[in-house]
Write a protein that binds this ligand. Structure first.
Ligand code: ASP
Length: 315
């Protein structure tokens, strides 16, 4: 019996070390996941579309300063912020993506504007920002997007690079937000948004705005939003590979996700994870990193969230 509706989201695979997690910090992270879950739930409970639900959830995640997207985006090696996002409607494979933008408060709305207001799939930089302006989307200045935590992380990564050391700290390296949903009509959608990798070179684009790599949705199989080492997710075409395994091998969502995360990505330096939903509303949230900020919500409206390997808790 298919689920009525279902939504899952992530706040990135770059989780805080368990040892550094104070009860107050832990509560903050759970609350920062629960608010976007409720934003998506409101849309679905009112009979709204999966597309509108993932848009609402990702906007709310972008507004949370703790996550690396929108407001809490990481800094490039030259102290700038360049954001990427994409969205896909599983009912008709319409997509929109943006890369390397700064200014729009919610990059996911710019990706959606590309999908709905242009004949294109992807727009970058100043052209995408101009589209956002003409669509009347809200903009913010540098002070809105500045967080002390991300500024320090960028400086620490650069200091490590100067010493010739590789930065293996997942919290510093990673972060992205994303959501997937199935609505009451059985339509699927996925959305992903990120500041990218801390201390990245200006112009670097990861998997989040690449359809099939960081984001994919197709009604007959699944909707996927990824987080992790973007270059590897692109090379393994992670999100589409899950859909392809379901369609061509007849694998269930959980097995297809497990294969891609543990057998394709993990052995190839592809640390990270993803959230996924299938046509029946089954949800999977696998990761091969120490943790992944994640959560799910269904018709009962109970927001279930987790950070590391612990089981989901009501938030
Ligand atoms: N996948 C993102 C990127 O490569 C970063 C992350 O999710 O950690 O830009």
């Amino acid at each position: 019996m298919p689920a009525d509706f279902a939504l899952a989201l992530h706040g990135g695979a770059g989780t805080i070390l368990e040892s550094a997690l104070t009860p107050a910090k832990e509560a903050e992270y759970h609350a920062s996941l629960a608010r976007p879950l409720r934003a998506g739930h409101r849309v679905l409970a009112d009979g709204g579309s999966a597309l509108d639900a993932v848009t609402a959830a990702v906007c709310a995640l972008e507004d949370e300063p703790l996550f690396n997207a929108g407001r809490g985006s990481v800094f490039t090696s030259t102290g700038k912020q360049e954001m990427d996002a994409s969205i896909m409607d599983g009912s008709d494979r319409r997509v929109g993506a943006v890369a390397g933008i700064f200014g729009p408060r919610n990059p996911i709305l710019v990706a959606r504007a590309v999908m709905e207001r242009t004949p294109y799939v992807t727009m970058i930089g100043t052209g995408a920002e101009a589209l956002a302006r003409s669509a009347g989307l809200p903009f913010e200045g540098p002070e809105y997007f500045f967080t002390e935590q991300r500024w320090k992380a960028m400086q620490e990564t650069l200091a490590q690079q100067a010493r010739g050391a590789e930065d293996r700290d997942e919290q510093r390296r990673h972060g992205t937000v994303g959501a997937v949903a199935r609505d009451r009509r059985g339509n699927l959608a996925a959305a992903t948004s990120t500041g990218g990798m801390s201390a990245k070179l200006s112009g670097r684009v990861g998997d989040s705005p690449v359809i099939g790599a960081g984001t994919f949705a197709e009604n007959g199989s699944c909707a996927i939003s990824c987080t992790g080492h973007g270059e590897v997710f692109i090379r393994w075409v992670a999100a589409h590979e899950i859909s392809a395994r379901m369609r061509h091998l007849g694998e269930c969502l959980v097995d297809a996700c497990e294969h891609v995360v543990m057998k394709d990505l993990k052995p190839n330096d592809g640390s990270g994870g993803l959230v996924a939903v299938d046509a029946d509303g089954t949800i999977a949230m696998p990761f091969n990193s120490a943790g992944m900020y994640r959560g799910r919500i269904g018709p009962d409206g109970v927001a279930l969230t987790a950070i590391h390997r612990e089981t989901l808790r009501a938030s």
